[in-house]
Design a protein around this ligand. Structure first.
Ligand code: ZN
Length: 44
């Protein structure tokens, strides 16, 4: 996954943070601080 803002390759635990804010998953780029919201994948 790439940051939309700075284009950095985001690796969990390395340069990005994943935070659950139901029903969203917030992915924060630690390179530029940009936060991106995506919906959590529905579990069956
Ligand atoms: Zn970024």
């Amino acid at each position: 996954m790439f940051c939309k803002k700075c284009g950095a390759f985001l690796k969990k635990g390395k340069n990005c943070e994943h935070t659950e804010q139901k029903p969203f998953l917030v992915i924060k780029c630690l390179e530029c601080g940009f936060e991106r919201k995506t919906s959590l994948k529905p579990k069956k």
